[in-house]
Design a protein around this ligand. Sequence first.
Ligand SMILES: [Zn+2]
Length: 382
Amino acid sequence: MLAQLTLQQGTVYDIGRFTSARFGGVAERVGFVSELEGRVSSSIVDRLADQGSGPVLGAEGYVFELERRGYIKAGPFVPEVVLDYPDAVRELHREFLRAGADVMVALTYYAHREKLRDVGREGDLEAMNRQAVRLAREVASEGDALVAGNVCNTWAYDPDDPATGQTVRAMYTEQLGWAAEEGVDFVISETNDYLGEALIAVEVIRDLGLPAMVTLAPTQPDQTRDGYGYAEACRILAAEGAQVVGLNCDRGPLTMLPLVADIRQAVDCAVAVQPVPYRTDAAAPTMETLRSADGDRAFPIALDSFTCTRFEMAQFAAQARELGVDYVGICCGAGPHHVRAMAEALGREVPASKYSPSMDLHPMFRADVAAKDAAFLHSWSA
Ligand SMILES: [Zn+2]
C-alpha cells in the first residue's frame, strides 16, 4: 500500500501512512517522515486526543462551491448534484483531501425531507443520502480522511411548538440511519440556530453509537435563537454527550474567534471552529449583513469581493490553534487553496503542497529578473 509523492524541496512524502492503519498493514517508511506521523487512527476522538499532532483540519463549503461551479441551484441550495453529477462531488472531495483535509463530510447538507420537498425530489431522499456517504468514503479511502455524516438546521424547528421537535427527530433519524448503515466515523450537526434543535441531533447521534460534533451558527450577536449564550449552549451540548462543540458558518475569522475564545474557556471537551472565508467585521459581523458599496446585500451569491485570501485563512488557522481549538476548518466560500494554506500554517506538508507557490521562479519576481523584463516592473508598481 506504499506510495510516495515527491514534493518541492526534494522531500518524499510517504502516503503509506494514509493506508497502513486503515488496512492494518505496516508501511515501510522511505525518506521524508511527515510531522503527521503517528496521527493515523480510526476515530475522531483518538485524533482529537492526540495532542502531539495538532488540530484536526476540516474543510466544508461544498454547497457554495458546487453552486459556483454550476451544479447546485442557489436559493434552495439542495445538493441534487450528489445524484445528478457525482463526479463533481468526488472531485471537490479530492481537492480538499489533497489540500490536507482530515475529514470528508458527506454532502447531505439540506438533503432532508423538508428541503427536498421544496424542489420536488422527496422521492430521492434515501438515494441522495446514501450516495453522499458513499462518495465521501470513496475519496476518503484515497487518503487517510475520516468520513463524517452531516445534518443541519431543518427550518422546521420551533421552540414554542413541541410537535416540531418530533418532526426534526424523525428527519435526523432517517438521514443518520442511512448514513450509519453506509458507514460514517462520526456525525457533524452544524449551522444550528437553536440549542433545542441541536440537542435533538445529539440524542439521535448518541443513539446510533457515533461520536457527535455539534456546531452552532453564530448569526446573532451572542446567543442562540432560543436564548442561550453560545458558550453556555456549548457547555450544555457537551454535558449531553457531544464530543466536539463550537461554531461554524456565518461569521468570518475576525468576528468568530472572540466567541470561540469564550467557548474554549467554558468547556473541557474538544472545540471546533469553521468560519466562512469572508471579511466580516464589527459593522457587519456575519456574511448575511455584508453590503456592497451601493448598499446591496452581498449574501449569498455576491460575496466574492469580501473573500479572504489564502494568507488570511492561514493566519486564522494559526490563531485558532493558539486559542486551543482542536478542530480547525472552513465553511461556505472555501476553496482548496484556502485549505492548503491552512494545512501549511499548521506545519503540514500535504499532497497539493507539490504545487504551492514558488514566486522566486516567477519571471518578474525572481531576484535575477532579466533586464528586458525589469523595464516593465515600474508599470506593475505604478
Ligand atoms: Zn457554511
